[in-house]
Every structure is written in structure tokens, then in C-alpha cells.
Design a protein around this ligand. Structure first.
Ligand code: SF4
Length: 368
């Protein structure tokens, strides 16, 4: 059988296609699965006719619901180009909104994780990256209302060990809630002692870590396992600050410089602009950076946000407690504050930002 695996033309800049946050890991596992079955596989990133390859099946992945139009475009393109092929859509949007996805004209919608495929190692040769993705767990033990994990992956499962999977010096965890894995201490000890091709292994997490599950022992193990840039979530109001401070102190005591730590914050959600400003200022006092995330509902099917123009809720989702101006101002303040913290500036200006960037690039070059 010939199988075409498709990543739609998501609005990701081409230089970021292989960024650790966007790798189409489901398609790469599917590629290995089909190769194992003896099928011929091709991966396409965008809408493209492949010469001398007429697929029997076309499997299209999907991401956020608000990028559903890209999925529909791909279905339309591949149905038109290969009318005799079966088109199947899977992934996040397909699983969260299967009825809507079906209306794209595809033949089938695959909901949730495909357990036949899950155990296969991703076919990294198709993308050529200098890192590997690891899931030590699936699902989550919590049910945050802004999050789709517990709908997409309702069962929480975890691995006891990952040492046999290591095939890179850089591991990116794609766990939804890394520390919820009851074997995480063992896994971090493994990583601490693991080398690949004679060099140590560094790790990072795509998602923030659940600070409520952090202990001084785990913070030390994270550091010893060369886990980079920890991000802890501050999901609720300013009154949570003493809890966050304890979590930060554990990381700092374990050896992380404060300005290497990020606080993950969702905005355009239930805490209004002024509450979020208090959190922002608190992060400045703590000298930690912010990883901000603009909230969109899980059934939002468009997002035409443009930071440079005035917009309305017809363009993108604006929470009833927020305005377009506040959303843009908050994003700008976060960006400027992060630059100040990253470079140790007392204030922000465009000239200082450029100078700080140049210094960083020089330091990187010198450290090579
Ligand atoms: S802890 Fe994280 S992954 Fe789990 S439900 Fe909350 S936001 Fe989602």
C-alpha cells in the first residue's frame, strides 16, 4: 500500500517547521508503523502533488481547532488531486470536533490516540532534527477547564523507564503533565546517568511543569538530569503568589538561575487585565520570565489575531473580561519585561533589545 502523510499548511513560519513545539510526531510514528507493515510512505508538509506516487490512503494530521481551515484546505486539495484515495484526518482538532471535521469532505475522522501506532519510534529521518520527542505519559490527572487533554486522552498512562528510547543528546518531553508520572524520579535518575554517543543528554518539556507536584528532591533531580528552562504554571489569581514563590524557591535552591525559569500564564481568560498585570509585576520582582498563552475556547474555529491592528471578536476570540487593546498591551508588556529580565536591563527600549540580542549571539558563538 502507498500512504501519504500530510501536515497541512499551518501558519508556522517555514524556519520553525521543525521547531520542537511543532513537530508532527503522530505522522512520524505513523510512518514507522506503515513501514513496519511493508507500506510505502511519503511525508508532505503542505499541499503538494507527488510525482509517480498515487497513494491508496492519505492521512492528514490536525492541530488547534482555530487552524481548522488549513485542514479543510488540505482535504480539499488532496481529494481533488487524488480522487481515488481514501482521506483520513486525525489529530487534535479532529478529535475535539469530529463532526465539524467530517464536514471538510474527508472520508474518515480518527478520534484520539491510535494505540497500534503509539509504540513505534518516530521516523526522524523524514524531518532531520537534532532532538527527539518522548512521551513518558499520556493524559493528565487533572481537569483544568481551559485544557483539552482530558478529553483527548481520557486515560492516564505512564512509563517506568525511557532509557532504551534515547537516540539523541536532546530530549523534548511531550507529556501533558510530566511530573504526574509516578515514575518520574526514576526517569530523571536515568537521564542524569545517560549518555548518547559519548555525550550527556539534555532535556526540556514542551508543556509547563505542574508546580504543585514539585518537591525539593524532584527540583534537584531535574537540575541533575540537565532539564533546561523549567516553566511552572500560574493558572489562577494573584493570591496564589505565595504558592508560586515556594515552587520557584525549590528550583532556585536546586541551582536554576531565576532568569532561566519561566512562569506559564494564560491570559484573555477569567482573570482580567488588571489582575494579570499584578502577576506580571510580581514576576518582575522575582526576576523570572513569563511564557504567556492567549486563551481560545476549545471549539474556536478561526483566529485572525493581528498584533498590529485594531480588531474585534469577529477576528479572534476576546474574553468578556478583556478588550482587544488590553490583550495587545498585555502581550507587549510581557515581551518587553522578558527582554529586560533575560538581559538584566532595568528598563526597556528597542536599542537595548537589539544590543542585548547581539551580545547573546556573540556569547553563543564564543561558547561553540
Ligand atoms: S494540568 Fe495541564 S495538562 Fe493537565 S488538565 Fe491542567 S492544563 Fe491540562
Amino acid at each position: 500500500m502507498k500512504v501519504l502523510l500530510v501536515e497541512p499548511n499551518f501558519p508556522i513560519p517555514s524556519k520553525s517547521k521543525n521547531h520542537r513545539d511543532f513537530l508532527p510526531i503522530g505522522l512520524l510514528k505513523l510512518a514507522s508503523y506503515h513501514r513496519f507493515r511493508g507500506d510505502q510512505v511519503k511525508l508532505v508538509r503542505g499541499n503538494e502533488r507527488i510525482r509517480n506516487f498515487y497513494p491508496n490512503q492519505i492521512k492528514i494530521t490536525s492541530l488547534f481547532t482555530y487552524w481548522s481551515n488549513c485542514v479543510w484546505d488540505s482535504v480539499n486539495f488532496y481529494k481533488g488531486t487524488y480522487p481515488n484515495s481514501k482521506v483520513i484526518v486525525g489529530g487534535i482538532y479532529a478529535s475535539l470536533m469530529p463532526e465539524h471535521c467530517k464536514q471538510s469532505g474527508c472520508d474518515e475522522v480518527h478520534i484520539g490516540i491510535d494505540n497500534r501506532v503509539e509504540k513505534f519510534k518516530p521516523a526522524y529521518d523524514l524531518v532531520k532534527v537534532d532532538y527527539q520527542i518522548v512521551h513518558t505519559s499520556r493524559g493528565c490527572t487533572r481537569k483544568c477547564k481551559f485544557c483539552g487533554t482530558w478529553k483527548l486522552e481520557p486515560e492516564f498512562t505512564s512509563k517506568k523507564s525511557i532509557k532504551d528510547e534515547i537516540c539523541s543528546n536532546r530530549v523534548i518531553f511531550y507529556d501533558n503533565n510530566l511530573l504526574a508520572n509516578p515514575y518520574m524520579k526514576d526517569i530523571l535518575k536515568e537521564l542524569r546517568n545517560t549518555t548518547y554517543k559519548g555525550r550527556v543528554v539534555y532535556s526540556e518539556s514542551q508543556c509547563g511543569i505542574d508546580g504543585r507536584l514539585l518537591t525539593p528532591e524532584i527540583a534537584k533531580l531535574l537540575k541533575q538530569a540537565r532539564f533546561l528552562n523549567p516553566r511552572i504554571a500560574w493558572d489562577h489569581g494573584y493570591k496564589q503568589r505565595s504558592m508560586l514563590k515556594k515552587q520557584l524557591d525549590m528550583l532556585v535552591d536546586a541551582g536554576y538561575p531565576s532568569n532561566d525559569i519561566y512562569i506559564f500564564m494564560i491570559y484573555n481568560f477569567e482573570q482580567d487585565y488588571y489582575e494579570m498585570l499584578k502577576k506580571l509585576r510580581q514576576c518582575k520582582r522575582w526576576d523570572v520570565q513569563i511564557a504567556d498563552c492567549r486563551y481560545r475556547p476549545l471549539d474556536q474555529i478561526y483566529d485572525h489575531y493581528n498584533p498590529r491592528s485594531k480588531q474585534t471578536k469577529d477576528d479572534y476570540f476576546i474574553h468578556s473580561k478583556w478588550t482587544d487593546r488590553q490583550i495587545k498591551l498585555f502581550r507587549k508588556k510581557v515581551r518587553e519585561q522578558n527582554i529586560m529580565i533575560r538581559h538584566g536591563f532595568d528598563s526597556y527600549s528597542r536599542d537595548l533589545e537589539n544590543w542585548g540580542g547581539q551580545q547573546r549571539r556573540k556569547e553563543k558563538l564564543l561558547s561553540k
